[in-house]
Design a protein around this ligand. Structure first.
Ligand SMILES: [Zn+2]
Ligand SMILES: [Zn+2]
Length: 329
C-alpha cells in the first residue's frame, strides 16, 4: 500500500526571492471527487499557512472530510479548550472554519454543509446571487431542510448569513485574513463560480464545475485567465484547484459542463499565452472532481497519465487524497 503523507509541501520552481515574504496556503482536502459515491465530494479547506482561520471552497463533504483528515493526523496540533465538549473535528468545524464559498448549488458541492448545519456555528455563506437564490429556494426552505439562513422562508433561524458576491469584486472573508473575488463560470448552462482567494500578496484559485469555453460557447475561462495573468507572471498565484471530471475520450456533447485532461491542456495553454508564454512551469494544479464510476477500473490513474502525457507546460499536477494537507508556497 502506498503511504500517503499527511503534509505535502509543494513549492513552485523558479520562485523569485521577492515572493518569499509570503508563505502561501495550506489546503486540506475534505472532499476530492465529483460523485457518485458520497463521503468524498468536492470541498477544500483553505487557510493562509500558519493561520488556523480557514474558509471552505465548496462543501460537498464536510464532517466526513474533517474526520478523514483527523485520522491522518492533520489536526494533531489542534488544542480543544478545557471544558469544551467538542471533539477535535467539532472544534475545527465550529471554531477554525469561518465560512463557506459555494461555487454552485449542485448537491455534490453543498450537501456536507446542509446536513452539518444543525451542529455548526454561526457563519457566512458567500456565493453569487444566482447561487444564493438556489441555496435559499432549494435547500433551506423548511421542506428540504429547516431554514438556517437570514433570508427566505419564515421562521429564519439566522445561523448562516448568506452574502451575495459581485463578480470581479473582492470581499473580505470575515474572521480570516483572506479576501475572495468571484468569477462566473458556465457549467453546462448553470452558473458556477471560480474563487480567487487572496492573503497578502498570495493568491489561490479554486474552480467550481465548469465546461470548456469552446464547448460552452462562452469566454468565462478566458476572462479569468486575463484577470489573474499578472499574478501568475509575478508567481503570486500559488495553486489552481481545477475540475477534471472524465478522461479525454469523453465526447464533447456528453461533458455536461465539465473538463477532461484534453480540455485542461487547452485552457492552461490559453492562460500561458495570456501571461506571455513559458509562465506555468511548476505551478501546482490540483485535479478535483474526478467522477467515481461504478466500475472496477477507477479513472484516477488514466487521468493522471493523460494529464502528464500532454504536460508540455511543465505544470505540477496534483491528484489530491481526501484528508491530506498540502502546503502551496
Ligand atoms: Zn459537481
Ligand atoms: Zn455541478
Amino acid at each position: 500500500m502506498k503511504l500517503i503523507p499527511s503534509l505535502v509541501s509543494i513549492s513552485m520552481l523558479l520562485m523569485p526571492t521577492a515572493a518569499l515574504a509570503e508563505q502561501g496556503f495550506d489546503v486540506i482536502v475534505l472532499g476530492a471527487l465529483g460523485g457518485i459515491q458520497d463521503g468524498n465530494l468536492s470541498s477544500y479547506l483553505i487557510r493562509p499557512h500558519g493561520d488556523r482561520n480557514a474558509i471552505a471552497c465548496d462543501a460537498g463533504s464536510l464532517v466526513n472530510g474533517l474526520k478523514v483528515a483527523q485520522d491522518k493526523g492533520v489536526f494533531g496540533d489542534v488544542k480543544v479548550p478545557e471544558g469544551s465538549p467538542d471533539s477535535v473535528v467539532g472544534h475545527v468545524l465550529k471554531n477554525d472554519l469561518k465560512g463557506y464559498l459555494i461555487s454552485h448549488a449542485h448537491l455534490d458541492h453543498v450537501q456536507g454543509l446542509v446536513i452539518a448545519s444543525p451542529d455548526d456555528s454561526d457563519k457566512t455563506i458567500y456565493s453569487l446571487p444566482s447561487v444564493s437564490a438556489e441555496i435559499e429556494q432549494n435547500y433551506f426552505n423548511w421542506k428540504a431542510w429547516p431554514n438556517m439562513l437570514d433570508r427566505g422562508q419564515q421562521p429564519q433561524l439566522k445561523k448562516y448569513h448568506l452574502e451575495d458576491l459581485k463578480p470581479g469584486k473582492a470581499k473580505e472573508l470575515t474572521g480570516t485574513k483572506m479576501t475572495v473575488t468571484p468569477f462566473p463560470l458556465n457549467h453546462g448552462g448553470a452558473e458556477s463560480t471560480a474563487f480567487l482567494i487572496e492573503s497578502g500578496d498570495d493568491a489561490i484559485l479554486c474552480f467550481g464545475d465548469t465546461g470548456p469555453d469552446e464547448v460552452q460557447k462562452a469566454s468565462n475561462m478566458q476572462d479569468i485567465w486575463k484577470a489573474v495573468a499578472d499574478k501568475v507572471k509575478q508567481r503570486k498565484l500559488k495553486a489552481i484547484i481545477l475540475e477534471v471530471s472524465y478522461t479525454s475520450d469523453r465526447s464533447d456533447h456528453l461533458l455536461f459542463g465539465h473538463l477532461t485532461p484534453k480540455w485542461v491542456h487547452k485552457t492552461l495553454h490559453a492562460l500561458d499565452q495570456e501571461v506571455g508564454g513559458n509562465a506555468l512551469k511548476g505551478l501546482p494544479v490540483v485535479v478535483s472532481h474526478i467522477k467515481y464510476p461504478l466500475t472496477d477500473e477507477q479513472p484516477q490513474e488514466a487521468i493522471r497519465k493523460e494529464l502528464e502525457a500532454g504536460n508540455d507546460l511543465g505544470v505540477q499536477f496534483v491528484i489530491p487524497e481526501q484528508g491530506a494537507l498540502y502546503h502551496f508556497q
